[in-house]
Design a protein around this ligand. Structure first.
Ligand code: C2O
Ligand code: CU
Ligand code: CU
Length: 461
C-alpha cells in the first residue's frame, strides 16, 4: 500500500527542488517571489448584510487577487496552503513546463495542509488566463478559489483602463450559506448550477469608467458549471480575443458564448456622455440578467476603437494538417460506474462519465495510462465525438489547439485551450505536440471531470 510508484519517486525529486520551507525567511528574502498566494479559509459578504462562512480565497484578507505578469519573463509564485486539506494550483491556458502545471500526481504531489510550493514559469503567450486548484476541485473552486491571471502584451495596445471580470456563481441558500455543492442527478446530466451570480465576488457591481474612453473588459468564466451567452450593451463593444488568442478580425460583443474555463477580451468605447451605463448581461430565455455595469464619468476622452493597436498573435505553432495523424476520442456515459478511488484530492463518490469508455479513477498516484501518446514536434488532429446529450467544454493542458470543423456548425479558425463540444457534436481540432509531458485532458464542468470525464495525453520524444 505504501510502496511508491515510479512516478511518485520522480515527483519526489522534482518537488524537493521546487518546494521551499515555510519560515525560511532569510532564503526567501534572498530570492523573493513575484507573487504569493495564500490559500486561506475566508468569510465574505456576498449577499447584502450577510456574511458567507466557509469560503476559500487565495489571500487571507480579500478575494483572489488578479495576477499580472509579462510575456517571456519568468514569474515566481509561492503558494502557501493554510487550509486543513490538500490543494494544488493550475494556471489555466498557460503553455508552460509540465512540472509547473499543478495537477496532482500527474505533475506534482498535492500541496498538503500547511505546506508550500514554489511555482516558476515563463508564459509564452499574452492574454487573459486564470488560475484554480486541481485538487478537491469542485469544493475548492465552489467555495471561491478561482482567480484571473493576465499576461501583458509586449507593447501596450492603448486602452485607458483594463477591468478583469471574474464571472462565476456561488451555490448559496437563502441564508447566504453554502448548500450542497452538487446533486448526483445533475452531475449525471448538465451539472449543478450555482444560485448567486457574481462578478469579482460582487452582485451587479458598478465600475466608473472614463466617458468616451477605451476600456478593455476581460471576461473570465470561472464557474464550475454554467455555459452562458454574455452580451455587452450600451457602448460600442467588440470581442478582440477569445481564450487569450487575438481574433483575426473583431467580432460582435452582443452574444458571446462562453463555457467554464473560457475567456473573452472585449474592447469597449464608453459613451461620450457622463452618467451613461454600459451593461454586461447574461442572456437568458426568461430575460437577460445584468451582471455588471460600467458608468461613464467625466468629460469625454473622445477616443475611438480605431485608436487601438491590434493585439499581436501568440506564437502558437501551426499544425501541419497534410501530415497530421488523427486520434479519436469519444466522450460519453461511464460503461460500468464503479465508485472512484479515494484520494486526498477528494472524490464525489460517483462515476457517471468516461473518455474512450474509460472513467478517470480519481486523483491517485497511479501509474495510470495516457488516453493517447503523441510524438514531440508532430502534428495531430484530435477527433472529439460527444455521444451524450449534454455539452462538454473540453480542456487540454500544456498546448493550444486550433478548431477545424464540426458536424453541427461552422467553426471559426480559433486557437484555444478549451472547446465547447455541443450535444452529440463531433469536432476536429488540430495541434502541434510541442510541449513534453503528461497533460490533463478533461471536461471543465467540474462535476463531469470529477465523475469520470478526465484523463491525460502524453507528449514524448
Ligand atoms: Cu482549468 Cu485542468 O483545468
Ligand atoms: Cu488548464
Ligand atoms: Cu462535461
Amino acid at each position: 500500500m505504501l510502496g511508491l510508484s515510479r512516478r511518485e519517486l520522480l515527483l519526489g525529486s522534482a518537488a524537493t527542488g521546487a518546494a521551499f520551507a515555510t519560515g525560511g525567511l532569510a532564503a526567501r528574502a534572498a530570492n523573493s517571489p513575484d507573487h504569493t498566494l495564500t490559500i486561506s479559509p475566508y468569510e465574505h459578504s456576498l449577499l447584502p448584510g450577510i456574511v458567507t462562512r466557509d469560503m476559500m480565497s487565495f489571500a487571507p484578507d480579500g478575494p483572489p487577487p488578479v495576477l499580472r505578469m509579462r510575456r517571456g519573463e519568468t514569474t515566481v509564485i509561492d503558494v502557501q496552503n493554510t487550509l486543513n486539506e490538500a490543494s494544488v494550483v493550475h494556471w489555466h491556458g498557460l503553455r508552460i513546463a509540465n512540472a509547473m502545471d499543478g495537477v496532482p500526481y500527474l505533475t506534482q504531489h498535492p500541496i498538503e495542509a500547511g505546506q508550500s510550493f514554489r511555482y516558476a514559469f515563463t508564459p509564452p503567450d499574452a492574454g487573459t488566463f486564470w488560475y484554480h486548484p486541481h485538487c478537491n476541485t469542485l469544493e475548492q473552486m465552489g467555495r471561491g478559489l478561482t482567480g484571473v491571471l493576465i499576461v501583458e502584451e509586449d507593447e501596450d495596445p492603448g486602452f485607458d483602463m483594463d477591468i478583469p471580470l471574474n464571472i462565476r456563481d456561488f451555490r448559496l441558500g437563502g441564508d447566504g450559506q453554502f448548500i450542497e455543492m452538487f446533486k448526483a442527478r445533475n452531475a449525471a446530466r448538465g451539472g449543478t448550477y450555482g444560485t448567486v451570480s457574481t462578478v469579482n465576488w460582487q452582485i451587479d457591481p458598478v465600475y466608473e469608467v472614463p466617458a468616451g474612453g477605451l476600456v478593455r473588459l476581460r471576461l473570465a468564466v470561472t464557474d464550475v458549471t454554467r455555459v452562458g451567452t454574455f452580451g455587452v450593451e450600451g457602448g460600442v463593444a467588440q470581442v478582440i480575443a477569445l481564450d487569450s488568442n487575438p481574433l483575426p478580425g473583431p467580432m460582435s460583443a452582443e452574444n458571446i458564448l462562453l463555457s467554464p474555463g473560457q475567456r473573452a477580451d472585449v474592447a469597449l468605447k464608453v459613451p461620450d456622455e457622463e452618467g451613461q451605463d454600459v451593461t454586461l448581461f447574461l442572456r437568458r430565455p426568461n430575460g437577460d440578467k445584468a451582471l455588471a455595469r460600467f458608468r461613464a464619468t467625466g468629460t469625454s476622452a473622445n477616443r475611438q476603437l480605431a485608436d487601438l493597436k491590434a493585439l499581436p498573435s501568440n506564437p502558437v505553432p501551426r499544425p501541419d494538417l497534410a501530415n497530421a495523424e488523427v486520434i479519436d476520442f469519444v466522450f460519453g456515459w461511464s460503461p460500468e460506474g464503479d465508485a472512484p478511488q479515494a484520494s486526498i484530492c477528494g472524490s464525489l463518490g460517483y462515476t457517471f462519465w468516461s473518455i474512450n469508455r474509460e472513467a478517470w479513477p480519481g486523483d491517485v498516484p497511479g501509474p495510470l495510462d495516457p488516453l493517447a501518446r503523441m510524438k514531440l514536434g508532430k502534428s495531430y488532429v484530435l477527433r472529439l465525438r460527444n455521444e451524450s446529450p449534454n455539452a462538454h467544454p473540453i480542456h487540454l493542458h500544456g498546448v493550444s489547439f486550433q478548431l477545424l470543423r464540426s458536424n453541427k456548425r461552422k467553426l471559426p479558425p480559433l486557437v484555444t485551450d478549451t472547446a465547447l463540444l455541443l450535444e452529440e457534436e463531433t469536432m476536429e481540432i488540430a495541434l502541434v505536440a510541442d510541449n513534453p509531458g503528461d497533460w490533463a485532458f478533461h471536461c471543465h464542468v467540474i462535476e463531469h471531470q470529477k465523475t469520470g470525464l478526465a484523463g491525460f495525453l502524453r507528449i514524448e520524444d
